[in-house]
Design a protein around this ligand. Sequence first.
Ligand code: SF4
Ligand code: SF4
Length: 70
Amino acid sequence: MTAITKRQRRAEVDRAVCVACGCCLKVCPLSAIEVYRGVYARVDQRRCVGCGMCAGECPAGVISVWEVQA
Ligand code: SF4
Ligand code: SF4
């Protein structure tokens, strides 16, 4: 029997190059992003649904949306 796996998408920020501008968190419909200690953005993986809106807004292009297996 073949196992059924559910695929989902999640956003991820490259913290090393994030400039903490906050543009991403303004557009997230699920409030899944915060700017941690004013240094870099981070995504709450439990809330993110991988819509990609944040990635489209990031002026530095440091957000990637990946497909993950649930
Ligand atoms: S991919 Fe969508 S839900 Fe996830 S952090 Fe970005 S805007 Fe929010
Ligand atoms: S929009 Fe991009 S550069 Fe700005 S805080 Fe979000 S991830 Fe960092």
